[in-house]
Ligand binder design. Structure first.
Ligand code: SF4
Length: 63
């Protein structure tokens, strides 16, 4: 499973990296950068949460 950020949709609100710094960090350009795609255990749940709360629906989970 892989986390992708749709930069055309993301407007850099920051919820993902503030709420889930274990998965995302703020990149130099302001867009979130995915820190890991090793979504074992709670990290998969956290990725699902991040996807659900993203106000721009810019976080995608792909197989
Ligand atoms: S929560 Fe969504 S809109 Fe906000 S920075 Fe993260 S990906 Fe972008």
């Amino acid at each position: 499973m892989k986390i992708k950020i749709d930069q055309d949709r993301c407007y850099m609100s920051g919820e993902c990296y503030y709420n889930h710094p274990e998965l995302f960090q703020r990149g130099e350009d302001g867009f979130p950068v995915v820190r890991t795609n090793d979504l074992e255990g709670d990290l998969k749940k956290h990725a699902d949460e991040a996807m659900e709360v993203c106000p721009a629906a810019a976080i995608l989970l792909e197989d």
